[in-house]
Design a protein around this ligand. Structure first.
Ligand SMILES: Cc1ncc(COP(=O)(O)O)c(C=O)c1O
Length: 387
């Protein structure tokens, strides 16, 4: 993720001596697999997110897959997914044997359009996946009401949103299940990792079994406390568990999560001020009842400006950027496989050519932020002059 040739890379994790010490301790402990550190980190996350059950996994994708499986999504079912998201949101629906139904998003905040969800509910719909795009939450209260009205499960793809808040709800509180990611660039990272949260003990227990080969007792339990090493296989499970060596990194990140979030928010404020004079459409600002994790800072370039050329120009000036997301219905796989991909997506298609994600990560200095503002403002002046 970090490009040494760039003055400001697109993203870089903030790791310190705490993480080095924590990993070293696990390496020296004699147990590097899933064990006491993962369990302790789960306890901390349960408290932090104010949820009943938390299961650490080796990716956010694994968490989405297990959310779908434990909520009974399978062949013959449809799951409504916004088209502006990462492929894992829809691919996991396919892995569960069901069909993703892609729908358009709200302008500007680019989270799923609740009216579009309502229009796409059929007798086959089993669940709705709310994606908290860039760290700004979808309208979970409206989606919860809609799902309750139609007897549907609500799943939050919260890969971008740890933490975030909307209308008094935080990720995982209103959904039947929520999935988080700890990939390298995410607000909290363990290099790779994921978390499934839910409120029902039976689903949490089923997910735990499925995450470790469908074996009824995990390896740590089998080898500790003098218990017999025998086990039963009760399902055709996956291999999704998070090892302690990884959980140790996450536990350190969790301890400094407030500081990490504060720094992201401060960078977002600097961007908002510094880029206000430009013709960029800036992301929605935080309000008292709508707070982003500021995982991404996604601007929309003025109409007529070539986004990719602008990104190239910024790269030439030492600044990394990215694009989130090319809508799923534009990718060949979804176009070929999903009937819903043939629909019209005016908001997603209209915004995609304008989307540009700027660097926003806690290790950025104020000078880095200013360098991005200066370079972008300058390139925009030239681009607007050309257009
Ligand atoms: C919206 C969204 N959902 C799911 C995922 C999958 O998370 P992971 O990479 O941890 O599997 C990502 C990853 O970037 C994501 O952006």
């Amino acid at each position: 993720m970090t490009d040494p040739l760039l003055r400001v890379p697109f993203a870089a994790p903030l790791l310190g001596e705490e993480e080095v010490t924590a990993v070293t301790e696990v390496l020296r402990s004699g147990w590097i697999g899933t064990g006491a550190v993962a369990r302790d980190t789960e306890r901390l996350l349960t408290r932090y997110l104010n949820v009943e059950h938390a299961l650490l996994l080796n990716s956010g994708t694994a968490a989405l897959h297990l959310a779908l499986l434990t909520l009974g999504v399978g062949p013959g079912h449809e799951v409504i997914v916004p088209t502006v998201t990462f492929t894992a949101s829809a691919a996991t629906v396919v892995h569960a044997g069901a069909t993703p139904v892609l729908v358009d998003v709200e302008p500007h905040r680019l989270t799923v359009d609740v009216e579009q969800v309502r229009r796409h509910i059929t007798a086959r719909t089993r669940a709705v996946m709310a994606v908290h795009f860039a760290g700004r939450m979808a309208d979970v209260r409206a989606l919860r009401a809609l799902c309750d009205e139609h007897g549907l499960a609500l799943i939050e793809d919260s890969a971008h949103a740890l933490p975030a808040e909307r209308d008094g709800a935080t990720p995982g509180r209103l959904a039947d299940a929520a999935a988080f990611s700890f990939f390298v660039t995410k607000p909290l990272t363990s290099a790779e990792g994921g978390l499934l949260v839910c409120h029902r003990a039976d689903l949490a227990a089923e997910a735990r079994v499925l995450s470790a080969h469908g074996i009824d007792r995990d390896a740590f339990a089998r080898h500790h406390g003098g218990r017999a090493p025998h086990y039963d296989v009760v399902a055709a499970g996956m291999k999704y568990n998070m090892p302690d060596v990884t959980a140790a990194i996450l536990r350190c990140q969790l301890e400094r999560s407030d500081a990490l979030r504060e720094r992201r928010r401060a960078i977002a404020e600097r961007y908002a001020k510094g880029l206000a004079p430009t013709r960029l459409l800036l992301p929605p600002a935080d309000t008292t009842d709508d707070a982003s994790s500021w995982y991404l800072y996604v601007v929309q370039v003025p109409r007529g400006v070539d986004r990719d050329h602008l990104a190239d120009r910024l790269r030439a000036r030492g600044i990394g950027t990215s694009v989130h997301f090319r809508p799923l219905h534009q990718f060949s796989y979804y176009r070929d496989q999903l009937p819903s991909a043939a629909a019209a997506f005016p908001v997603a298609d209209g915004s995609y050519p304008r989307l540009l994600s700027l660097p926003i990560f806690p290790a950025m200095s104020d000078e880095d932020v200013q360098a991005v503002i200066d370079a972008l403002s300058d390139e925009l002046r030239q681009a607007v002059g050309r257009s």
